[in-house]
Design a protein around this ligand. Structure first.
Ligand code: ZN
Length: 696
């Protein structure tokens, strides 16, 4: 039997590589340490471990211990004060101490000590493993995971955060509802989500391959002392490595599962998929098609989307408008005497006049013709037509077909519309609020009231989902984003009725997304006076995104900017489009189909809105610190050899510095110098790194 070296467990703890000011996540198994104490006939003091780590961290450090418990997912009440950790003894000990406090999430909670304790214990996101969770914090601050005698391949939980943020094919976001007793003893029913495995895929999460990669890249290192293994991992630095694995390598470094998965689609193709999948649904101002559309978005992309119902019975009027009744339709067709369906709603929902009353009659064509709608100047297209406020029934068809039918005016047709109009129904809309660190808000609005057409309006829905994904992925958010999916006009009025005071107080910039997925030129509709911050941002983005931007004045308005910019509302909202509504010939016809919008087209639209968001998040006021020009060479900012382009580079940098008086924003400087915002931003970052400027 080999002789074991005698180990002083206190020495192990004293020698942990933790310094003052560190942010440490301590993952531990105390078995070996307790064994050492027993061998040395010492009393094993667990509090010594916490006290020693705390004293090493000092007043500027933060210590977190995992105190996870998954019972909430099985409907068991979470009791903030009494629910025990299932991940280690030390966490339970910390929960008993007055100097530690528990974070709020009932599944992945932490016992926290130190500087960031109050912040960490104040956050309470629904998505347990999302960007706004403690894991997002550990990523942002590049916390150090100190792993004491634990096999990390089973316990590197932040890998599930990466899986959640990027979406992996073997997991999905599931919502759990159970009772929650908060720190003050108040009981309520709460909902939290967790990323869970698809059972049929037999998924195991083993991060061994990933961990070895982290060791190889010096993002993690190990110390071996006797039978102890202590790992140190820079958690923030490990995230990009895991992201690469998830995005490019089917996550083989961190999970094993049955079957092969399609490679994750690029964003534009994924958003085109949304358009394709939502295309067959019949939408209108109200009804089940709108609910199905929002449900699809919530279940597949935006789990925190709030689907709201506005009761028509309680709100017969919305400001100056009569609230339309809820309309639903199951089927509609016209059949000839032989039972052949010559027009069938189930083949193309544009065939029905929106809000048609129910009907079941047999009439000659001469009479039926009064209820038909077609386009004389585009004879193959089926037009999109609605009659929201006057009670009618009708069908839309190609002019070519209509002319053909007109040849037999006496022929009889059986007309069926199986629809319902419900005065007690509701109007459905979706709202997603993504919090930032200021109360200032950005409104992004799109509509959900058009049936099977792509540019108008599925492209707006897809671009809004992509914008939300982009916003979620920002490491830090200055603004709070309010993204709404509403029926056009009446939905905007409903939303204003419910939120106008809040919107007028907090919304600083707003966008309506409409017709943003075709391959035409980029355009916008400005606010009434073209004088808001929104107008300025949009004009700048348009200038660089295309050679041929089209800026329309408010006199060419047509979407929900009509309500948001109305005199007594007065929100700073511009409409973003590629080819604006009514400016393309496929508009409001069956030719606005899955060929008209493309992945590249919607990709451009997504880029357009995301560039606007990027400016919003980064546009700050900076001031130069030096009196006179700084000597750039001293900071390595002046090229020492003259190369092609280096003179222009230096000139741009000195020009930017020339305007850094604290009164010009980055966007102002970009406009003054006729440079792209992102190019100016890059220089600003360099000046900041060299401590030459400061934010005002
Ligand atoms: Zn339209």
């Amino acid at each position: 039997m080999s002789k074991r070296e005698k180990i002083d467990y206190k020495e192990i703890i004293r020698n942990l590589e933790i310094k003052s000011g560190d942010i440490v996540l301590l993952t531990s198994n105390l078995t070996f340490l307790a064994y050492d104490a027993a061998v040395n006939k010492e009393v094993f003091d667990e509090n010594f471990i916490l006290d020693t780590v705390i004293s090493k961290l000092g007043s500027t450090g933060t210590l977190l211990l995992p105190v996870y418990n998954w019972d909430f997912c099985h409907g068991v009440t979470f009791d903030y004060k009494n629910t025990q950790s299932k991940t280690g003894h030390l966490g339970n000990l910390a929960l008993k101490r007055d100097d530690f406090k528990r974070t709020k999430n009932p599944i992945y909670s932490f016992a926290v000590w130190g500087k960031d304790k109050d912040y960490l214990c104040s956050i309470d996101p629904v998505i347990s493993l999302g960007k706004d969770s403690v894991f997002g914090y550990l990523h942002r601050v590049n916390a150090k995971n100190v792993v004491l005698d634990v096999d990390i391949s089973d316990h590197y939980t932040i890998c599930h955060y990466v899986e959640q943020v990027h979406g992996v094919p073997y997991r999905y976001n599931k919502y759990f509802k159970a009772d929650y007793i908060d720190e003050y003893g108040n009981k309520s029913r709460k909902t939290y989500s967790m990323s869970v495995r698809y059972l049929e895929l037999d998924v195991t999460s083993d991060t061994q391959i990933m961990y070895e990669e982290l060791l190889k890249q010096n993002i993690a290192y190990e110390r071996h002392i006797g039978h102890h293994v202590i790992s140190y991992i820079n958690m923030g630095d490990s995230v990009p490595v895991m992201e690469k694995d998830v995005l490019e390598n089917n996550a083989v470094g961190q999970a094993q599962y049955k079957g092969q998965f399609e490679k994750k689609l690029p964003l534009n193709e994924e958003m085109y998929k949304i358009i394709k999948e939502l295309f067959p649904i019949n939408r209108s101002l109200s009804g089940n098609g709108n609910r199905d559309t929002l449900k699809y978005i919530k279940e597949n992309y935006l789990g925190e989307l709030n689907i709201k119902e506005y009761s028509i019975k309680d709100n017969p009027e919305t400001f100056d408008w009569k609230t339309p009744y809820e309309w639903n339709i199951n089927d509609a067709y016209i059949e000839d005497e032989n039972g052949n369906k010559i027009i069938d709603f189930k083949k193309n929902n544009l065939h029905i006049l929106g809000y048609s009353e129910p009907v079941d009659i047999t009439i000659p064509f001469s009479e039926l013709d009064n209820h038909l709608y077609s386009l004389e100047n585009d004879i193959d297209a089926v037009p999109y037509t609605t009659s929201y406020y006057k009670k009618r029934w009708g069908f839309c068809l190609s002019h070519k077909q209509r002319e053909e039918l007109r040849k037999n005016p006496d022929k009889l047709y059986h007309v069926v519309i199986d629809s319902s109009i419900n005065e007690n129904g509701s109007i459905t809309y979706g709202e997603l609020v993504i919090n930032g660190y200021t109360d200032d808000e950005i409104l992004i609005s799109t509509y959900i009231c058009h049936p099977s057409m792509t540019n108008d309006n599925l492209s707006g829905i897809a671009a809004a989902v992509a914008a939300a994904k982009y916003i979620y992925a920002l490491l830090e958010r200055k603004y709070t984003y309010r993204i709404i999916f509403i029926p056009e006009t009446i939905g905007a009025l409903i939303y204003l009725k419910e939120n106008i005071t809040h919107l007028q107080k907090y919304v600083k910039v707003g966008f309506v997304l409409s017709c943003i997925g075709d391959n035409g030129d980029y355009s916008c509709v400005h606010t009434p006076y073209n004088n808001t911050y929104t107008d300025k941002i949009v004009t700048h983005v348009l200038k660089y995104i295309t050679d041929n931007p089209k800026e329309y004045s408010y006199l060419e308005r047509g979407s929900d900017e009509r309500q948001f910019c109305a005199p007594l509302v007065n929100l700073p909202v511009c409409t973003l489009s590629r080819t604006k509504f009514a400016k393309f010939k496929e508009y409001h016809t069956s030719n606005d189909n899955l060929d008209f919008v493309t992945a590249a087209g919607i990709g451009g639209g997504i880029d357009y809105i995301c560039q606007c968001i990027n400016i919003l998040e980064n546009n700050e006021y900076y001031k130069i610190k030096t009196i006179g020009e700084p000597q750039l060479g001293k900071y390595g900012l002046y090229p020492t050899i003259s190369q092609k382009g280096s003179a222009a580079y230096t000139r741009n940098m000195t020009n930017i510095i020339a305007y850094l008086n604290g009164k010009n924003s980055i966007l102002d400087i970009a406009e003054i110098l006729n440079m792209k915002f992102t190019d100016v931003l890059e220089t600003i970052k360099k000046l900041k790194e060299n401590n030459l400027i400061y934010i005002i």
